[in-house]
Design a protein around this ligand. Structure first.
Ligand SMILES: *[C@@H]1O[C@H](CO)[C@@H](O)[C@H](O)[C@H]1NC(C)=O
Ligand SMILES: *[C@@H]1O[C@H](CO)[C@@H](O)[C@H](O)[C@H]1NC(C)=O
Ligand SMILES: *[C@@H]1O[C@H](CO)[C@@H](O)[C@H](O)[C@H]1NC(C)=O
Ligand SMILES: *[C@@H]1O[C@H](CO)[C@@H](O)[C@H](O)[C@H]1NC(C)=O
Ligand SMILES: *[C@@H]1O[C@H](CO)[C@@H](O)[C@H](O)[C@H]1NC(C)=O
Length: 132
């Protein structure tokens, strides 16, 4: 009898572990001062299609900018939200997603002290539901 109840408990535990509580929200980003997630870090889920200023301590001081694995991409900007872009070469280095090779070391592209704001969007080339 002891074996049976232990087995039932184990089964119940594995069923509970396999049941997703809720789908993870899209828009999570890990932002850290240093490369390879060093220094202070923050991980939050940011609303899409909205500009977010980097918060104090991370503005112009983030070498790690790593979006979660869902199908979305972010454009980091050199100026705060609503700022005027005066650079002829553009004020973002382009779309950053989970797949971006330098997300854990923006020094590699010289952007470790430049991100002032960012805005994220769903990756519209991915059919909703396929990823994540
Ligand atoms: C991390 O942030 C805290 C609070 O803002 C600050 O006191 C601390 O010095 C920071 N640490 C580093 C390594 O920047
Ligand atoms: C930038 O981040 C480093 C490492 O966490 C920290 O020591 C420094 O105080 C930060 N600088 C600013 C201006 O926030
Ligand atoms: C971002 O910062 C800029 C400049 O400090 C400010 O004018 C703007 O209202 C802020 N925008 C948001 C969405 O926080
Ligand atoms: C968007 O999704 C497409 C198709 O999966 C992929 O090829 C592309 O790299 C993605 N864009 C980014 C910035 O990750
Ligand atoms: C980040 O990239 C810079 C420039 O390529 C390199 O010097 C540095 O060693 C790298 N840091 C880490 C932690 O990989």
């Amino acid at each position: 009898m002891k074996f049976t109840s232990t087995a039932l408990l184990a089964l119940a535990a594995s069923l509970a572990a396999a049941t997703p509580i809720q789908k993870r929200q899209v828009g999570g980003i890990l932002i850290c001062n240093g490369a390879d997630a060093t220094g202070n870090c923050t991980h939050e889920v940011y609303s899409l299609d909205t500009c977010h200023n980097m918060t104090a301590g991370f503005a112009n001081n983030a070498s790690t900018f790593a979006p979660d694995g869902e199908a979305f991409l972010c454009y980091p900007y050199i100026m705060p939200c609503g700022g005027i872009c005066t650079s002829p070469t553009g004020c973002t280095f382009g779309a950053v997603s989970f797949d971006y090779e330098h997300k854990y070391n923006l020094s590699a592209i010289g952007w470790d002290h430049y991100i002032a704001s960012f805005e994220c969007h769903l990756n519209s080339t991915v059919t909703s539901g396929v990823v994540g």
